[in-house]
Design a protein around this ligand. Sequence first.
Ligand SMILES: [Zn+2]
Ligand SMILES: [Zn+2]
Length: 342
Amino acid sequence: MVASATVRVMSPEEIAARAAGETPFLHGPVRATFFAEREMRLRQLSRGHAMGDFLSFMADLARAQQAQLKVLTGVTLPDGRAIDEAARRGLPPLPAADWPRDAAWHGVLRAMVADLQATAPEGAQGALLRLAEADEVFVERQADALLTGVMAGLDLATAPIVAGALQVYWTHMVLAVQQHHQGQGQPFGRVDDETSCPCCGSRPTASITRSAGESLGQRYLHCSLCGMQWHMVRIKCPHCLSTKSLAYHSLDAAEHREDQEASASRAALATVQAETCDDCGHYLKMVHTDRDPFVDPVADDLASLTLDLLVSETGKQRGGVNLMLLFGEPDPPGPDPLPGGG
Ligand SMILES: [Zn+2]
Ligand SMILES: [Zn+2]
């Protein structure tokens, strides 16, 4: 008998944790399907959507990412000692901001650009041509800006494609490190800062709830760079860890303008919610697999931009990072004070 295609592949750690009745701390990406599932979700969400063209292009980008993730091999990885040392210091072993990048990621970017040039709409061709002709100094500078969160000097038109290549590179490294360290303990552990990715130290895009077997509705934060998901209890704010003042908002509730009680019960059923915290003033979106099994934190975040607009009206700041759609442009030079600043 062959295994049914609907059976999810579990890592040895997940199987062990499941057997012990524990919630696994990590859910890793699966090489064969990681970006392909995102592509499928983006195509589904793009139909009839106001941002349909953008979401379709993002689906093409995910398709190009999957093609590269499948074939990428042989980049420089941290050795066992470096991984142990990072674990001892409570730091991620593949830190986004400091990791010396292997030039192999330039090849990933070039292949993705060539792939996209064949199918991309007219509007995206200019950015693709710029990247096709860019030298390594330019793309390394763009990578530095993306990975350190500095918006100054970032070329916003090419950023999603450069970020897409960096995601492939980091996802590959996470998978390769895990593979090389099988049987030698867990290469990725808990880091001191539980609000950032235990593998690469990046911020989450959104959180995802998983209901599988014993772990009913467990919440995981989805890394914006390497795609790793790490567990965090639902009573904590994923930005400041406060347990005091979390609330949930959804578009569905907002669109119906009902009385508060009905609106709260609708919000409780929405596939995508915004979790807001009054203590730190931030919010992070949460997507629910039990309400829609095909949710993808990155795709559903892109398709729910209206929810960001709604929540930002209440003065809350976005805590999630989506490398495909960056928020907050550099402060404009000039005498005009920023609204709400000071
Ligand atoms: Zn990560
Ligand atoms: Zn908070």
